[in-house]
Design a binder for this molecule. Structure first.
Ligand code: NDP
Length: 329
């Protein structure tokens, strides 16, 4: 499959170029808003061409991977779909649920595959956690605690910490991933949320810390903590059920690492899991879906829903009110 990269981004450079090639894909071209940066990016990564013209990039490819800043995802995805290209898009899909729903519906109507690059549900750790829940090993889930408070590395600070118009802030950046992961494990969508943000001095015009509580339709409660300013907290997820608890440490990360422990009446046991690359699996499943086999790990609907939860968290923090999650039509 021939791919076009829309965005000369860090995530493309560090994870996705390798993942696309590992799936047998060929990267034909990269789009950058800056001619020189695009050329340098192409040369550095062995990509044959670069362009600043989206129409031109779309001419010679079967699929695109969109990893520009968040406000560009919607127009770029719409253009790719109009040109008949499959789309693997970064999260958050768009700046509004309406735009995300429009781009996903356009791809569906055109018979194209649309994937959202939620990497975490591709992790061996999360797949094993989900299997344990499905197998009934913790009984009925009562609550989830998500720990995703990290120190945003200096090279990723840029627009994330000072540009609300580009989708900066810890809520669009990290809450979407946690929403997707919780949806993946519990197979249900948060109904209502409450939230508070805090300003630790890193964000300028955007939040750099948030805590929220989500009410699930089953009655389960979720507490989530996301931050750009916690250097030593580590990440994790705990899922507590009527028959047992899952404690997973260091698993809210792009690397295939961490530990998963199941605790029940009979004691504690380590849950083994595979250590494949999260991004390789994401691209492989997307590629297979374009060949008519299976579905992307996270599809467009998953991307709409994770965005809806993040926007509800932002709204709840802004208003101080318990806020229903608006998933659109
Ligand atoms: P980057 O900041 O690296 O890239 C975003 C855009 O910024 C690029 O499209 C590029 O514009 C521009 N840019 C990049 N480097 C420079 C530079 N040195 N000087 C000026 N402009 C530059 O973003 P990320 O890779 O961190 O994130 C991109 C997208 O991917 C976001 O939507 C983010 O949410 C998502 N993401 C997803 C992850 C996941 O695991 N699923 C992980 C990290 C990010 P141009 O293309 O015009 O050259």
């Amino acid at each position: 499959m021939r791919w076009g990269l829309i965005g000369a981004s860090n995530i493309a450079a560090t994870q996705m170029i390798d993942a696309i090639r590992a799936s047998g894909g060929e990267i034909a071209s990269v789009l950058s808003g800056d001619n020189r940066r695009g050329q340098e990016f192409a040369a550095r990564h062995g990509i044959a061409a670069s362009t600043t013209d989206l129409e031109r990039l779309l001419e010679g490819v079967d699929a695109v991977y969109i990893s520009t800043t968040n406000e560009k995802h919607f127009p770029q995805a719409m253009a790719a779909v109009a040109a008949g290209r499959h789309v693997l898009c970064e999260k958050p899909l768009a700046m509004s649920v309406a735009d995300a729903a429009t781009m996903v519906a356009a791809a569906r109507q055109a018979g194209l595959v649309f994937g959202t690059n939620h990497h975490l549900r591709n992790a061996g750790s999360h797949l094993a956690i989900r299997d344990a829940i499905r197998a009934g090993r913790i009984g009925r889930v009562q609550s989830v605690r998500v720990f995703h408070a990290v120190q945003l590395p200096a090279h990723l600070q840029g627009w994330r910490i000072d540009n609300p118009a580009a989708g900066g802030g810890v809520i669009p950046d990290i809450v979407v991933h946690d929403a997707d992961t919780v949806r993946f494990h519990l197979d249900e969508n948060p109904a209502e949320v409450v939230a508070m943000t805090a300003d630790a001095g890193l964000g300028a015009g955007v939040e750099d810390n948030v805590m929220s509580i989500w009410a699930m339709p089953s009655g389960a409660q979720v507490m989530a903590h996301e931050s750009f300013t916690h250097g030593f907290a580590g990440t994790g997820i705990e899922i507590h059920g009527t028959e047992g608890s899952i404690f997973a440490r260091n698993v809210m990360t792009s690397r295939p690492v961490g530990e998963v422990t199941l605790v029940t009446q009979t004691g504690a046991e380590a849950i083994p899991f595979e250590d494949h690359s999260l991004y390789h699996r994401s691209v492989r499943l997307f590629t297979e879906a374009t060949q008519g086999q299976g579905r992307p790990a996270a599809d467009g609907e998953d991307g709409i829903r994770s965005l809806a939860v993040a926007l509800a968290v932002a709204e709840a923090a802004r208003t101080g009110r318990r806020t229903p999650v608006d998933y659109g039509g």
